[in-house]
Design a protein around this ligand. Structure first.
Ligand code: ATP
Length: 238
């Protein structure tokens, strides 16, 4: 038996006549950090969203801890222990930082709220400084940190990140990846989708490269970083 936490088996997704995912198979094992990299439009967001049933897959299976979740509701999947910090950081703009974090605990009730708030403020000191500030008034990097912290407040078994570095200045990207490294060292299972292949592959145990809806390459983070095709297409040919 494999120790896969998340597994895609030959997954197909269509948008009308367009096939966005073709026979995609991949695996994220417990405690691993796995990156999915690929160009704009390769199908990365579609793959992440299909975990929550939006869109529905039309072939294959998606398993979470051995259970086929591909026909389950979004709510069921979220409450079974998968949390996503979305691209575009869909936080609640009019709420304070602390209120946003509390929204992340809704599926759990109040059992761990104080302890978890403290844990998030230790991990993200910037959020502590701004705990009473309205989310919309924060910088892009702080909003991204808030999106990640909010997802963590649900105590997920698996954390999904969609382009955590999108649109952020290099120094902020560095900060965010160093926080992600701390999380992975603490044993969190992480699956991240990124166009920033360099940071993502350095952080990850393993990676997959997606081209036109198909998995083109897979290997350890280090193998992919030194792969000629990856260097040419995603690392500026250096
Ligand atoms: P990006 O980094 O730009 O988000 P991506 O790798 O996440 O790109 P997807 O957004 O998953 O790629 O898109 C994969 C393909 O599916 C693209 O050809 C896209 O145009 C198409 N697509 C995505 N969403 C829809 C939709 N709702 N309806 C129709 N086609 C869609």
């Amino acid at each position: 038996m494999s120790n896969a936490m998340l597994e895609f088996r030959d997954v197909d997704v269509f948008y009308g006549p367009i096939q966005a995912l073709q026979q995609v198979s991949l695996q994220v094992n417990e405690g691993e950090t796995v990156a999915l990299i690929g160009a704009n439009g390769a199908g990365k967001s579609t793959l992440l969203m299909s975990i929550f049933g939006q869109p529905r897959i039309s072939g294959g299976q998606i398993l979470f801890r051995g259970e086929d979740i591909s026909r389950r509701s979004t709510h069921y999947v979220a409450s079974s222990g998968i949390a996503q910090a979305p691209e575009g950081r869909r936080i609640f703009p009019d709420m304070s930082v602390e209120e946003n974090l509390l929204m992340g605990t809704i599926t759990l009730g109040n059992r761990y709220v104080d302890e978890d708030l403290q844990r998030m403020f230790d991990l993200f000191p910037r959020l502590k400084e701004r705990r009473n500030q309205r989310a919309m008034t924060m910088s892009g990097g702080e909003q991204q940190m808030l999106a990640i912290a909010r997802a963590l407040m649900s105590r997920p078994k698996l954390l999904l990140l969609d382009e955590p570095s999108l649109g952020l200045a290099p120094i902020i990207v560095k900060q965010i990846f160093s926080i992600l490294r701390e999380l992975t060292r603490g044993g969190m299972t992480l699956f991240l989708v990124e166009q920033n292949a360099n940071h993502a592959l350095k952080l990850s145990d393993r990676g997959y490269v997606m081209v036109n809806g198909q998995i083109r390459l897979t290997g350890s983070g280090a193998e992919l970083l030194s792969n000629q095709e990856v260097r040419k297409a995603y690392l500026g040919g250096v």
